[in-house]
Design a protein around this ligand. Sequence first.
Ligand code: PGA
Length: 252
Amino acid sequence: MRKQIAAANWKMNLKYDEAKNLLSELKNCSTENSNAEVILAVPFPYLLTAQEILKSNSSIQVAAQNCSQHVQGAYTGEVSAGMLSSCGIKYVIIGHSERRELFNEDDKIISQKIDQAIGNAVQPIFCCGEPLAIRENNEEAGYVEKQLQQGLFHLAPEKLEGFIIAYEPIWAIGTGKTASAEEAQSMHLHIRKVMAERYGEKIAGSISILYGGSVKASNAKEIFGQPDVDGGLVGGASLIAADFEAIVGSLK
Ligand code: PGA
């Protein structure tokens, strides 16, 4: 049975004291569902503190929000997947639309980052999703399919077992505009089909496909209730403990 996951993406928010407060508030956050997992993607300087504060809660894992496509060396300001791994970090967000748009990360760089993460035993949370203009032209299915092909299809099947994909339509990120539960389900089913065509039903069925884009305490249950939605990647609402706990409580 694939995992149900509530992943927080703090992005570039919260000063250190604020981060420690939120981590302390979330320290006992848990779900009754033994198949559910909570992941907090925090800024790099807070990774080790987050691990320390959350260490008594085995259902919460800490993630990085990015890693370099390079192994090591003269790349000032970058953080390698090997460094994350050496700090005990088990997850990393790769290919977020903000990285693709604001930092010019193309499919090639993203696929290299995926390789770095996997090669260092850090599980990627691979993000895909279309901009508004593509959706308005009804071209979102092909657009996301290409992102999957370019980012993941070079991987051997065993690497995709239990993989995590986040579908995040760009027009829904930080806008307050959420995809309807039907829109989310329809794209998630498409993503699973695309993965099944390449890797077979068994592997496709083991992949957790998270929805991201203005997930809130008030809409999480309906979206997560869809058969191919296995939880969410949550930005804004993950910065308020009570809201994020309610979202965790909405997992199937
Ligand atoms: P949002 O962000 O929940 O604030 O829309 C989601 C994301 O970018 O991961």
